[in-house]
Design a protein around this ligand. Structure first.
Ligand SMILES: [Zn+2]
Length: 229
């Protein structure tokens, strides 16, 4: 009675020591296990200290600036899988009277952060909010459709900093063109404080008043978008 399948296993005929631990060998325990990575979920306790960053938002809608603070939780600290994940967001201003909805929004965003998983969709959702009263232009000529969108941009910038979102890259040609134009503008002193020529029109891609005609081709000096590719 030979059983070739069992040959690999050492055959134990008797036990001469106390059994202190045992393990049932099956496919699951034998399979090379994935490294057990820490992930954000609602059961995670908030550590005493969280690293974070604060972003200042100045809007024409209020005399006081808003400060958006995003705190992160550090996952898999000290390992090659170390990653910051946003954990909570606070928005402060000297006068929060008109901003009860802002407080509500921060609580909802924080709750989504703590659910874990991919939270980058929040940025697109916030940036797509248009104020029915019309948006406003930022210094430098970028159009901001709403305060909610501006909060979205602040969170986007944070997620880019911690590596959860990519910073969109320009093609080599676009970058060269933008660099040249900026260098040209820096030498020719412009009376207004806008970073782009006052004759520039609104770019439909990045919502910045930075579209000029270069060699007969409408080109955005901010994002490099060009009608001629
Ligand atoms: Zn643009």
């Amino acid at each position: 009675m030979e059983n070739t399948k069992l040959e690999a296993q050492p055959k134990i005929t008797h036990i001469d020591q106390r059994i202190v631990a045992f393990e049932v060998v099956n496919q699951e325990t034998k399979a090379p296990s994935e490294p057990c990575l820490e992930q954000v979920n609602e059961k995670l306790d908030r550590p005493e200290h969280l690293p974070g960053a604060t972003y200042k938002i100045k809007t024409p809608m209020s005399d006081h600036a808003l400060y958006v603070t995003v705190n992160d939780i550090l996952l898999n600290e000290g390992t090659e899988h170390e990653q910051r994940h946003p954990y909570e967001v606070f928005i402060n201003s000297k006068n929060m009277d008109d901003f009860q909805w802002v407080v509500a929004l921060t609580r909802v965003i924080s709750a989504v952060f703590r659910k874990g998983g991919d939270v980058t969709f929040l940025v697109a959702e916030l940036k797509a909010v248009f104020d029915p009263k019309g948006g406003y232009f930022k210094k430098g000529g970028r159009f901001m459709p709403s305060l909610v969108a501006e909060i979205g941009y602040a969170i986007e910038s944070h997620l880019q900093t911690i590596g959860l979102m990519q910073v969109p890259e320009l093609s080599k040609e676009q970058q060269t063109m933008v660099d040249q134009k900026i260098a040209h503008m820096e030498t020719s002193s412009s009376p207004d404080n806008s970073a782009f020529p006052s004759s520039a029109s609104l770019c439909s891609k990045c919502h910045t008043k930075a579209k000029v005609v270069l060699d007969g081709c409408a080109t955005c000096l901010n994002c490099g978008d060009s009608k001629c590719g």
